[in-house]
Ligand binder design. Structure first.
Ligand code: T46
Length: 327
């Protein structure tokens, strides 16, 4: 099934008496219709959209006037003109859309498969592109789910394994070749890259972003609210970004609204309250820097010229306590 396509809708009637078009979920509309909204009185020079949806399916019908819809499905960009009340444009999940050129009398009606849910939106273009780079655009069923896991998402890359008693929520996104061990919970607004290992007893809450090749040890705790109160919810949870190649030791606690730089190592039991820079090794509560490591995990020793060459051949320099690879 194509991700973007026109749907011809029947017209009942004639020129003399006028026309009627009827829309029925799971019949001429290829999903159960849970929401209908319409957009109107849009000034001509205004562009809307600029987002994709992780799971939502929609049919756009220009019931009056005309409008253009530019879609990018991760591979190609195409412009669709809508100007007939008996023509729908189906747009599936993971399509970036921009809607523009609204004529004066345009009414754009949209039928949606789900109720409004801001967590389903990807409003950041870079994040959208990253999801494609993770290979998550594929309709891939080439992964393993243990029969005792609850997996509500199908955005899972190939060769990923999800073990017993784990629960992955519907909008979560998991890359290729990951190992999600027993007793792991993954909420909706979570993105996990490729080659990630998540050991048992880890709960990954809304707002956590995990890059490629990350290791998360057993019982690591993430926090997504600095000032929690029971039954009081922020509009959006703060993001926590774990960059590629990071290793987090068992039982560590990671505060939200921080990032852990690439290839950093967090010692077991650390409590990380602020940003960690790339290649840093941190331990303790609150976590403090005790050194630097190579991508390969060996400790880096810098000479008087601030250069370190690891046994594995990679070379680094350190300037103002910030480590950089020398290429
Ligand atoms: C799409 C195009 C054609 C709601 O409260 N309920 C809703 O059902 C929707 C769709 C939106 N909103 C709120 C969320 C925003 O604060 O209305 C505001 C504007 O929504 P948005 O920025 O999403 O509007 P558009 O015109 O950019 O995009 C909308 C749909 O979101 C999108 O899926 O394809 O219309």
């Amino acid at each position: 099934m194509e991700k973007i396509r026109f749907i011809d809708l029947d017209r009942i009637g004639s020129k003399n008496i006028g026309y009627l078009t009827s829309l029925e979920g799971n019949k001429n509309i290829p999903f159960n219709i849970n929401r209908v909204y319409y957009i109107y009185d849009v000034p001509r020079d205004i562009k809307r959209g600029f987002h994709a949806h992780k799971n939502l399916e929609q049919v756009l019908i220009c019931v009056s006037g005309s409008v253009k819809v530019k879609c990018f499905d991760g591979k190609e960009e195409k412009i669709y003109s809508l100007n007939k009340p008996n023509e729908g444009l189906y747009i599936g999940p993971m399509v970036w859309r921009e809607i523009y050129d609204y004529s004066e009398n345009t009414v754009l009606m949209v039928l949606a498969s789900e109720l409004y849910n801001e967590d389903d939106y990807i409003r950041d273009y870079d994040e959208f592109v990253k999801l494609y780079n993770l290979g998550l655009n594929i309709d891939c069923k080439d992964y393993f789910i243990h029969q005792n896991a609850i997996v509500d998402t199908d955005k899972i890359g190939k060769n990923t394994r999800i073990w017993a008693f784990s629960h992955l929520f519907k909008n979560s996104i998991i890359g290729e070749n990951c190992n999600i061990c027993e007793h792991v919970l993954v909420e909706n607004d979570v993105i996990i890259g490729n080659n990630v290992t998540i050991k048992s007893g880890v709960y990954i809450w809304d707002g956590v972003r995990i890059g490629d090749n990350v290791f998360i040890g057993p019982s690591v705790s993430f926090i997504n609210d600095r000032n929690p109160r029971s039954k009081v919810y922020p509009e959006k949870f703060k993001n926590t970004v774990i960059e590629q190649g990071v290793s987090i030791g068992a039982n560590s606690t990671i505060m939200c609204d921080i990032s852990i730089g690439r290839y950093a190592t967090i010692g077991a039991g650390s409590v990380v309250l602020k940003d960690i820079l790339p290649y840093e090794i941190v331990v303790g509560n609150p976590a403090r820097v005790i050194g630097y490591n190579c991508r390969c995990t060996k400790k880096l020793i810098f000479d008087y010229e601030n250069i370190s060459v690891c046994e594995c051949g990679l070379k680094y320099t350190i300037i103002d306590n910030i480590v950089q690879e020398v290429i």
